[in-house]
Design a binder for this molecule. Structure first.
Ligand SMILES: [Zn+2]
Length: 79
């Protein structure tokens, strides 16, 4: 029996980038998805992450800019 109980915001945000990269197992992917379906604050962060990814895809930068990482870290700290 698979227990798909909700994960906390901190975990969802930490997995956000890997989630967008599909770098996490399907069951984790599902957990993040589930969390985002009901959590408004993380949804805002997801939109931000998506935009950043789109930006990165069109730029030559390979890494997440430090200020973006910082923003995500600060978001997690506020939780
Ligand atoms: Zn959340």
């Amino acid at each position: 029996m698979t227990d798909t109980k909700a994960i906390p915001c901190s975990e969802a945000v930490r997995q956000l980038w890997d989630y967008l990269d599909h770098a996490i197992p399907p069951e984790d992917q599902e957990k993040v998805e589930k969390h985002l379906s009901f959590c408004r604050s993380c949804c805002g962060e997801l939109e931000f992450a998506k935009e950043m990814r789109a930006f990165l895809a069109t730029s030559t930068a390979q890494e997440i800019p430090p200020h973006v990482k910082e923003r995500l870290e600060r978001f997690v700290e506020r939780l």
